[in-house]
Design a protein around this ligand. Structure first.
Ligand SMILES: [Zn+2]
Ligand SMILES: [Zn+2]
Length: 96
């Protein structure tokens, strides 16, 4: 389970995650998949969980649940998920 900040931090530091993250980046050619859908090519280095690990821990290490995003798209994605309330948070990589 990845409910607390500590649990998430432990996950994002695990070698399993770091390895899988690299695989996802290579699979996506280090390009933002959201920009790609919009017909743009943007380099991305954020690996995003489409299903949040907090709610779908069983998909935390599922490469099909991962996609490479640029920082802008990653922020939009999380803004959308969390309603964009509270001050503007910036996500740099999937560690927050
Ligand atoms: Zn993008
Ligand atoms: Zn994310």
């Amino acid at each position: 389970m990845y409910k607390t900040k500590e649990q998430k931090q432990t996950f994002y530091k695990s070698s399993k995650w770091l390895n899988l993250r690299l695989k996802a980046l290579k699979r996506d050619n280090y390009e933002c998949q959201q920009c790609k859908r919009m017909g743009k090519v943007t380099k991305g280095q954020n690996v995003h969980h489409k299903l949040e690990i907090e709610f779908y821990p069983e998909h935390a290490l599922d490469i099909n649940n991962l996609e490479t995003l640029c920082i802008n798209c990653h922020n939009v994605e999380h803004g959308r998920l969390f309603g964009g309330n509270s001050q503007k948070k910036r996500w740099n990589d999937e560690k927050w």
